[in-house]
Design a protein around this ligand. Structure first.
Ligand code: NAD
Ligand code: UDP
Length: 311
């Protein structure tokens, strides 16, 4: 039985990861400060004697004897990571230092949940891992983008200097059940708006694109990545390459919810990336031919079902 620490375990992705790790027979510690996560996401796991939760902030050190660490702690939605940008940088950077320090001390393997945001507003399309990105270092998104970039640097430095076993994945837009209704990201916003008869808020023209991955596909990739050969560190893109405009997404959500909500247009936030789509050839090569299985329509239906029950 492996002892596994999941930071940010009460969040959207973290809660799915904890559930899956327990199902696979591991002993799981879920660490969270509940900034954007919720105990409701993990309540159902508390019956298991192999699941424990710890209220802790990754900006201060934490110690536990574990074999593996998944480092997810960090607000991921623009409205939440911009709420206290200094704290976002601290969470990414000091959180990475503290978790890497722990990994070094107890000889644990550690996986970093990095992001497609390291590519900024990309000038290469689709994005490959060797693209260095196009990030504004002083813009509204920089606390998150640069924090995550620095965390990648720290991971590689701890590997080179201290032989820590590291894995880096760059996650592209992921959605599914357990997203907070006020999360602010586009899929949950549109579904919540459509279900409650409110206007659907498109920022800008809606011609900007994203590629949406259902959470189960990501969790499969995270487990496969942790099991790859020690010599493969990443970074590796994990996402669904099916690309949609935000306007297409809005139309899709309206159709699937059978909603009569109106679409309205609001100003585009600063530095909002124009297009985003992962090249996943490296993931397919290194992760046993992994590829996303859940089409947008199927994933949206599952997510709509979840929000219909919880709202
Ligand atoms: P989320 O906001 O639902 O989860 C983040 C979790 O981290 C929350 O439970 C929050 O309370 C916790 N947290 C935040 N700051 C903390 C701190 N200082 N100490 C301890 N816990 C803290 O977001 P998510 O979508 O589940 O994202 C999880 C991870 O995946 C993040 O690191 C995010 O950057 C990364 N990621 C997500 C996406 C996506 O589309 N969902 C895309 C790229 C990267
Ligand atoms: N967006 C939108 N309406 C919303 C929320 C987001 O039009 O209510 C847009 C946003 O401007 C961006 C895209 O949807 O172009 C994805 O936004 P999200 O915050 O989900 O993720 P990110 O921009 O970090 O990829």
């Amino acid at each position: 039985m492996k002892r596994i620490l999941v930071t940010g375990g009460a969040g959207f992705i973290g809660s799915h990861l904890c559930e899956r790790l327990i199902k696979e027979g591991n002993d799981v510690i879920c660490l969270d400060n509940y900034f954007t996560g919720s105990k409701n996401n993990i309540l159902h796991l508390l019956d298991s004697p192999f699941f424990e939760i710890v209220r802790h902030d990754v900006t201060t050190p934490y110690f536990a004897e574990v074999d593996e660490i998944y480092n997810l702690a960090c607000p991921a939605s623009p409205i939440h990571y911009q709420y206290n940008p200094i704290k976002t940088v601290k969470t990414s950077v000091m959180g990475a230092i503290n978790m890497l320090g722990l990994a070094k001390r107890v000889n644990a393997k550690i996986l970093q949940a990095s992001t497609s945001e390291v590519y900024g507003d990309p000038q290469v399309h689709p994005q490959t891992e060797d693209y260095w990105g196009h990030v504004n270092p002083i813009g509204e998104r920089s606390c998150y983008d640069e924090g995550k970039r620095c965390a990648e640097t720290l991971f590689v430095n701890y590997h080179q200097q201290n032989d820590v076993l590291i894995k880096i994945i760059r996650i592209f837009n992921t959605y599914g059940p357990n997203m907070h209704p006020n999360d602010g990201r586009v899929v949950s916003n549109f579904i919540v708006q459509a279900l409650s008869g409110k206007d659907i808020t498109i920022y800008g023209t809606g011609n900007q694109t994203r590629s949406f991955q259902y959470v189960d596909d990501l969790i499969n990739a995270m487990l496969l990545m942790m099991q790859t050969d020690d010599s493969f560190l990443g970074p590796v893109n994990i996402g669904n390459p099916d690309e949609f405009s935000i306007l297409e997404l809005a139309t899709f959500v309206l159709k699937l919810t059978n909603s009569s909500s109106k679409i309205i247009f609001k100003p585009l936030p600063q530095d909002d990336p124009t297009q985003r789509k992962p090249d996943i050839s490296l993931a397919q090569e290194k992760l046993n031919n992994w590829k996303p299985e859940i089409k947008l329509e199927v994933g949206l239906i599952k997510t709509i079902e979840y929000f219909s029950k919880t709202l």
